[in-house]
Design a protein around this ligand. Structure first.
Ligand SMILES: Nc1ncnc2c1ncn2[C@@H]1O[C@H](COP(=O)(O)OP(=O)(O)O)[C@@H](O)[C@H]1O
Ligand SMILES: CC(C)(COP(=O)(O)O)[C@@H](O)C(=O)NCCC(=O)O
Length: 309
């Protein structure tokens, strides 16, 4: 029997050819900005993969903006501008925040949508005091550790054209929500919502509204668990001399541990928390995404799957 799939699959070579449909170059300052996002990011990868990807996004966004103005014409009045919302899901350490920042840098160069904001869902984790009270300190990142209702409310406001939306802030330094501090988002053209939980569907209830109901486009960044664990351990080791070295860091006790001890500690955290969450709650959401980016061992994207429209 013929195998059917809702996705079109492109190898990185096939995908790279798509960039020749439109000449796409980066200015010096854009290259500098992208190198600031991640020093290991190769500009070849940006040109071959991310430029064609954001070119496609731009076409979708332009289409959605045109639809908005057609609706205005029909009603004979101007309605509030609402942002185009892109969701990015995937495991801890797969590179969601890096992907979000690359996409932001590339999308903000287009004149029809210069203002791109990122929301990271860690801001919607419950504060440690609440997690401790509920016995959830070792379940950070699991569905029950998030105030999903507050995240949905934020997305409702954004999609209603609210002038200002306040987003709570999570500090990886203190490993907690910063009390009373917010990022204020003011009528952006595009919002990227990035987090492990963004494609999850809570248990059905009478008033079920999912975070993903507000997405115009969604991405899942995928990699093998062996690679994820290695990236997680590598990041943990690097953090010893940066974030952990700060006396205010929740993980300051790990600042001076050896390579071997760091590998053991990070692997334990991975196995006890992040791996369980990946298998149980994150991976099952992969096929809900419109686009699946599969990485190989060096973060290079190997295949791109695009949902057929
Ligand atoms: N495209 C990329 N090229 C090179 N390194 C990357 C890339 N994306 C992520 N990384 C590295 O992988 C690790 C995890 O990335 P990060 O964006 O922090 O993941 P997440 O937000 O999914 O937890 C970091 O050390 C980051 O520097
Ligand atoms: C904060 C996270 C849950 C990720 O949250 P996200 O930004 O995807 O909402 C994760 O980075 C985390 O801290 N996990 C707990 C185990 C650990 O320290 O890795």
């Amino acid at each position: 029997m013929e195998n059917y799939s809702p996705y079109m699959t492109f190898s990185k070579e096939e995908w790279a050819k798509l960039r020749f449909n439109t000449p796409m170059t980066l200015t010096e300052s854009e290259i500098e900005e992208l190198q600031g996002v991640n020093e290991q990011l190769s500009m070849e990868e940006v040109s071959n993969i991310y430029l064609p990807l954001t070119r496609l996004f731009n076409l979708y966004i332009t289409g959605s903006q045109q639809l908005h103005s057609i609706t205005d014409t029909f009603f004979g009045k101007q309605t509030n501008k609402v942002p185009f919302i892109i969701g990015i899901a995937g495991s801890v350490a797969v590179g969601k925040s890096t992907t979000a920042r690359i996409i932001r840098a590339l999308l903000s160069r287009w004149p029809n949508h210069p203002k791109v904001e990122i929301i990271t869902t860690d801001g919607y984790l419950y504060p440690n005091a609440v997690l401790e009270e509920r016995g959830l300190m070792n379940r950070k990142g699991f569905p029950e550790s998030y105030n999903t209702r507050a995240l949905v409310d934020c997305l409702i406001k954004l999609k209603s054209g609210a002038k200002q939306v306040k987003v709570p802030i999570y500090s990886h330094l203190t490993y907690d929500i910063i009390p009373g501090q917010y990022n204020t988002i003011e009528q952006p053209d595009i919002v990227i919502v990035e987090g492990i939980n963004v494609l999850q569907t809570p248990k059905p209830s009478k008033h079920s509204v999912f975070v993903s109901d507000f997405f115009d486009l969604s991405l899942y960044v995928d990699a093998s668990e062996a690679d994820l664990l290695r990236w997680y351990v590598d990041r943990f080791k690097k953090l010893r001399s940066t974030a952990f070295a700060d006396p205010k860091s929740y993980f300051n006790r790990y600042a001076n541990i050896s390579d071997e001890e760091a590998t053991i500690t990070a692997t334990q955290i991975w196995n006890n928390i992040n791996s369980v969450n990946l298998q149980k709650n994150i991976k099952p959401t992969k096929n809900r995404a419109d686009i699946i980016l599969r990485k190989e061992d060096n973060h290079v994207i190997k295949t791109i799957k695009l949902r057929k429209i």
